[in-house]
Ligand binder design. Structure first.
Ligand code: NAD
Ligand code: UDX
Length: 481
């Protein structure tokens, strides 16, 4: 093996949901390493530097404490990308890789333009050898393209490219980073490659036991990330498929999840039936996997995975349709309260949230929607709805009418008090599983709502018997009458 480089300066390009928390934890656990996180988005960097820790750009339990410990000591946020690249021995690339919205692969392939930009900038700035780590989720064999760009300058600088995808889940990011099931590193099977892998292993070893650091070839590491997300999403779509059958037959999907989850071969996690999975990763990564399979002429494999996304579209649509059907076939002019907008609890992230798709379908029927979410801003909710007007994807929503932002604003109201959101509502829909919803005074809510008072619990978090007793008309996912 070549000499293993000891890392003293790390740069991370991209200060988002992955770059921010991951680098904050590396800085916290490695006080001897300077960690410099850079981003093109000045507002985001200003927010990371805000003295008021409530203003960090990301809401994530435990994050503020970690930032408070390391920021100003060995953790720095700035927009000076070139300086950070120049100073670092190891560079993480944590930029976004959304689904392409144009050209070849539109609606399926990952858009790698931000990754390419990083590679070109690193190639231009670097004056000495560097280890480049793909932290973003990337299609298999992206490292090859990175290598081509990085080594195109002919200035003699050498780059070792590693893949170390991130497995944190939002809402539990700090816990996942402090105690990861595993960190994964893919590297080249050469002496140089092995030395580069060891440099990164040494960084992670500051808090992660060696047996929890898995090393593989680069291609396996890249494809492991897509595969992990596909398997997790597949479990949610599988239990959601069964939820539809439960509603027809009178079986209870939560009882089924408990029964099958006891089988150690199946396991209990990721069997919670819901209004549909959201988040920036599952749909994007599966579509990317499907695109890769079609590219490699594997149509049967592509169709198999695509069905996971189609089932998720169906689940969101089923929920909206059920609201309209139950409210006597129209929600026009009716007040529908939404509890929750984030794609899951304990995050302010709304990317691909089921709530916006359900809202969009109800708005098509001219419902009046009143939203309460403990962490998502009004600005974000309107931005999501506006974005959806021109970026509808999925078999049930593609044909929808395009509404202007003024029309949307005339029909949607955002509340900071959940009781006001539900006051005189025809129906309440629960879209996110925030814990505080369980603690509400549901009798008070019942008295304030119009009758019959409908509740559509898209997360099965409120005790159905209690709501039945109070007089609500209750609809749960996967619970037959
Ligand atoms: P994000 O959009 O929150 O953050 C990405 C940041 O990169 C943005 O702030 C953007 O301004 C910045 N950026 C883009 N191009 C840049 C450039 N050339 N120079 C400097 N900054 C640039 O995205 P994210 O959620 O952090 O995801 C990043 C990657 O990690 C994606 O590939 C995603 O699939 C993957 N991932 C995300 C999660 C998650 O929970 N969000 C988990 C695991 C993996
Ligand atoms: C996911 C992966 O879990 C994580 O490993 C990867 O790094 C990024 O993508 P994330 O999207 O942040 O993480 O959250 P996750 O907990 O996976 O939930 C995704 C969606 O599935 C949420 O909308 C959640 O509500 C839904 N879900 C999850 C269910 O509906 N039922 C479940 O049982 C689990």
């Amino acid at each position: 093996m070549n000499e293993v480089k000891s890392i003293k300066n790390i740069c991370c390009i991209g200060a988002g949901y992955v770059g921010g928390p991951t680098m904050a934890v590396i800085a916290q656990k490695c006080p001897h390493i300077n960690v410099h996180v850079v981003d093109l988005n000045e507002q985001r960097i200003d927010d990371w530097n805000d003295a008021d820790l409530d203003k960090l750009p990301i809401y994530e339990p435990g994050l503020a404490d970690v930032v408070a410990e390391a920021r100003g000591r060995n953790l720095k946020f700035s927009t000076d990308v070139e300086k950070a690249i120049d100073e670092a021995e190891l560079i993480f690339i944590s930029v976004n890789t959304p689904t392409k919205t144009y050209g070849v692969g539109k609606g399926m392939a990952a858009d790698l333009k931000f990754i390419e930009l990083c590679a070109r900038q690193i190639a231009q700035v670097a004056k000495n050898d560097k280890i480049i780590v793909e932290k973003s989720t990337l299609p298999v064999r992206t490292a090859e393209a990175l290598r081509t760009i990085l080594h195109s300058t002919g200035n003699g600088v050498k780059f070792d490219i590693l893949s170390s995808p991130e497995f944190l889940a939002e809402g539990t990011a700090i816990r996942d980073l402090h105690k990861p099931d595993r960190f994964l590193i893919g590297g080249e099977q050469t002496e140089r490659g092995e030395a580069a892998v060891q440099s990164l292993v040494d960084v992670y070893l500051n808090w992660v036991p060696r047996e929890n650091i898995v090393t593989t070839r680069v291609w396996s590491s890249e494809l492991s990330k897509l595969t992990a997300n596909a398997f997790l999403a597949q479990r949610v779509s599988s239990i959601n498929a069964i939820s539809a059958l439960c509603e027809k037959t009178g079986a209870d999907v939560d009882e089924i999840a408990r029964a099958i989850g006891k089988d150690s071969r199946i396991g209990a996690k990721f069997l919670k039936s819901s209004v549909g999975f959201g988040g920036s990763c599952f749909q994007k990564d599966i579509l990317n996997l499907v695109y890769l399979c079609r590219h490699f002429n594997l149509p049967e494999v592509a169709d198999y995975w695509e069905q996971v996304v189609m089932m998720n579209d169906y689940q969101k649509h089923r929920f909206s349709k059920n609201i309209i059907d139950s409210l006597f076939n129209t929600v026009s002019g009716k007040k529908i309260a939404f509890l929750g907008w984030a794609f899951k609890k304990d995050t302010n992230d709304t990317r691909e949230t089921a709530a916006m798709y359900v809202a969009d379908e109800l708005l098509q029927d001219r419902a009046e929607i009143h939203v309460y979410d403990p962490k998502v801003t009004e600005e974000q909710i309107f931005a999501d709805l506006e974005y959806l007007q021109t970026h509808r994807v999925g078999q049930y929503v593609e044909q929808g009418e395009v509404m202007s932002i003024n029309e949307i604003r005339s029909l949607v109201t955002i509340h900071t008090d959940p009781y006001l959101a539900m006051h005189k509502a025809h129906a309440t829909a629960i879209l996110t599983e925030w814990d505080e919803f369980k603690t509400y005074d549901w009798e008070k809510v019942y008295n304030a709502m119009l009758k019959p008072a409908f509740i559509f619990d898209g997360r099965n978090i409120i005790d159905k018997d209690q709501l039945d007793t109070l007089g609500f008309e209750v609809y749960n996912i996967g619970k037959g009458k």
